[in-house]
Design a protein around this ligand. Structure first.
Ligand code: NIG
Ligand code: FE
Length: 405
């Protein structure tokens, strides 16, 4: 029976990245049909029984799922190039943070910035990600810490949805750093996050997930657990910045609360890896922060692989530890610095990144999934990762609409 569709894309090499496939899940000489924003048919060879309003010959080019940047701090004011200089002179990231710089300096700049200014900066950053083929992005708060500024950040993230067709997930990261109003009373601040800020912002519909910074210069596992309990009572999924600079057991704790993801993980103990598999938690690796902080300790990638823990890759775009506004650059870093294969990396910014955001209807090319797609003028998928600044997508489609052509 003939199937009607809005769009037919044919004559493509398709990297489906489907969960039950190995490597890229390639279909040579493939085609797919899109209707009402969804992939409704997928095949190989000659197209049969599809009547589409628009047909696009991809002339053998590569078709991948749209890329997903599942960990960013994309809305912030100010700049930390001075800290870049300080670190080159020998100061550590932790020492700068303890001296009142680091996240706190961005909090000050973000509080001072107007909504319009933050929006303008965020638009530029988001556009750069879209130019790389990003069709879904997670944006964390955490540079406001007081309610008004956290709201401002989350509202900027919300506003971006009306400017761009990209899917945006908003994550509340109140437990990021200690604000000046609560200096020396971190338990009181966590009380404020749990009793006042999170319920209020969640009530305003501004939060899709809740994150913490579980670290010596962040918050203790006990404090993070309080945040998880509140999130759980509000029906919000959790995530964690864990084991970035030291091993506090933050990843295992987050897994006990069925975290969507635990992120960074350089200091993750291999004994804790099984707990991630058990809870279905994604390990989000952030090679940009590893690179920028000149970290030496690698995440336990072999153990994650052996246990079959899904690994995602993200930019961690932020002014302090990863001021890198390109997911394609980060994908190259994941191969060179972490020795992931290009196939693991493509899966890490598609199928696994979708899981890290609870967006299981995205991230793979399969019937029933959202038609978020990128077209690349390459002969092999590894080319888009191997060549830095050499390949941008020729076309980007979001829910069946062409946004870059
Ligand atoms: O993911 N680790 C905490 N948060 C950010 C860095 C924030 C900053 O330095 O401004 C991160 O690396
Ligand atoms: Fe981060």
């Amino acid at each position: 029976m003939t199937q009607h569709a809005d769009t037919l894309l044919f004559n493509a090499q398709i990297a489906t990245v489907q969960p039950d496939t190995k490597g890229y899940g390639l279909i040579d000489n493939g085609w797919l049909a899109v209707n009402a924003g969804k992939i409704v048919a997928l095949g190989q060879g000659s197209v049969t029984d599809i009547k589409a309003q628009t047909s696009v010959d991809l002339r053998g080019q590569l078709l991948t799922p749209g890329l997903i940047d599942c960990h960013t701090h994309l809305v912030f004011g100010g700049d930390r190039a001075n800290e870049f200089e300080q670190r080159l002179e020998g100061l550590s990231y932790e020492a700068i943070a303890k001296a009142g710089g680091g996240i706190k300096s961005t909090v000050k700049a973000t509080r001072e910035a107007s909504f319009e200014r933050l929006l303008q900066l965020a638009q530029l950053r988001l556009q750069r990600l879209i130019n790389d083929g990003v069709t879904s992005v997670e944006i964390k708060s955490g540079y406001g810490l007081d309610i008004a500024t956290e709201r401002k950040i989350l509202q900027v993230a919300e506003h971006l949805k009306s400017d761009y067709p990209v899917t945006i997930q908003r994550t509340y990261l109140g437990a990021h750093a200690l604000p000046p109003e609560f200096a020396n009373s971190s338990d009181d601040y966590i009380g404020f996050v749990c009793e006042t800020a999170m319920p209020q912002l969640a009530g305003e519909g501004l939060i899709d997930a809740v994150d913490v910074f579980c670290e010596g210069i962040g918050f203790s596992p006990q404090q993070c657990e309080q945040v998880y309990q509140t999130a759980q009572s509000l029906g919000l999924p959790i995530k964690a910045h864990a084991e970035q600079l030291s091993d506090l057991g933050g990843a295992k704790l987050a897994a006990q609360y069925q975290a969507l993801s635990v992120d960074h993980l350089e200091y993750l103990n291999t004994d804790d890896v099984a707990s991630l598999k058990h809870s279905g938690t994604v390990a989000v690796l952030l090679p940009g922060a590893f690179y920028f902080l000149r970290e030496q300790q690698l995440p336990p990638i072999d153990a994650l692989r052996q246990h079959g823990v899904p690994m995602a890759i993200a930019s961690d775009l932020n002014p302090g530890s990863s001021p890198i506004n390109s997911l394609l650059t980060i994908m190259n870093m994941a191969c060179v610095l972490f020795r992931l294969t290009p196939a693991e990396v493509l899966r890490g910014v598609t199928q696994h990144a979708a899981m890290a955001l609870g967006l299981e209807h995205k991230g793979v090319i399969a019937v029933g999934k959202d038609a978020d797609l990128c077209v690349w003028d390459v002969e092999h998928p590894a080319q888009i990762i191997a060549g830095m600044n050499q390949h941008s997508p020729q076309q980007v489609w979001i829910r069946g609409e062409r946004v870059i052509s």
